[in-house]
Structures are given as C-alpha cells and as structure tokens.
Design a binder for this molecule. Structure first.
Ligand code: SF4
Ligand code: SF4
Length: 128
C-alpha cells in the first residue's frame, strides 16, 4: 500500500525516515519526495502487514502519515487525447491505448504533475 507523509517545517532536516528504516528493518520504497511551501511531502510504499508498525513509528516523530486513497480523475468529456500529460507521469499511470488516454489508478502516486499540464483541465484529484 501507498502512504503519504507530510513533514512540518521543523522536522525537514531530521533523518526520521532513514532512522525508522534502520531501527525497524522494514522494507520501504520511496516513490516521491518533495519540499513545497516549507512542508516536506513523501509518498512511500510498504507491505500491508507492515503498515501499522511504520505509521505508529513515524507519527511518534511528529510526521503526518495517511494511507494514499485519493486518485487522479480524468474527465473524458474534456479530454481530447492529445497525450501531453502521458510523458510527464513518473510512474506510467497515464497510458495511451488505441489513441485514447486512460489512468491506471493503482500506479498513481499523486505527484500532481499531470494536473497542470492539461490545457483543458481534464485532470483533477478524486477524493476517496
Ligand atoms: S498525479 Fe498524474 S503524473 Fe503524478 S503519478 Fe498520478 S497520474 Fe502520474
Ligand atoms: S493533457 Fe489533458 S487533454 Fe491531453 S491527453 Fe492529457 S488529459 Fe487529455
């Protein structure tokens, strides 16, 4: 499963994630990491069975941790299948098949890159 982490400004320089990985020996895959408006945002992937242990450990450090359930919504009536968004997706969640763009939800890490790229505003975040 994918988990979204939000670091407040005062924790940005602390090696919290690496310390937890070392201490717990959990197998964690970092899918994206960025700092925006002085807040750190990570998306990580972890085995379902390890989720509670990881979330408990990182919340104790003051980091907000939530399961990533929101997805990218593609409004078909607005999309002209130009393909501009497809190459921007870092995880190949946007695919062109038979000249039609589609979203493979399970791959999306909600990085948001595609949203601003669409000249027709056909992409948005769909709340779970
Ligand atoms: S938000 Fe858009 S660009 Fe980012 S992973 Fe999801 S589909 Fe791809
Ligand atoms: S950029 Fe917009 S219009 Fe073009 S394929 Fe993507 S969603 Fe459709």
């Amino acid at each position: 499963m994918k988990i979204f982490l939000k670091y407040p400004r005062n924790l940005l320089t602390k090696p919290i994630l690496s310390s937890i990985i070392l201490k717990t020996k959990l197998d964690i895959n970092i899918l994206q990491a960025k700092v925006a408006d002085s807040v750190g945002e990570y998306t990580i992937e972890i085995d379902d069975k390890d989720k509670d242990k990881f979330v408990d450990a990182i919340r104790k450090e003051g980091v907000i941790a939530e399961e990533l359930k929101d997805r990218i919504n593609l409004e078909r009536e607005k999309c002209i299948d130009c393909g501009a968004c497809v190459s921007l997706c870092p995880v190949s969640a946007l695919v062109m098949k038979n000249f039609e763009v589609g979203v493979e939800d399970e791959k999306c890490i909600l990085c948001g890159r595609c949203i601003n790229s669409c000249p027709f505003k056909a992409l948005s975040i769909k709340k779970a």
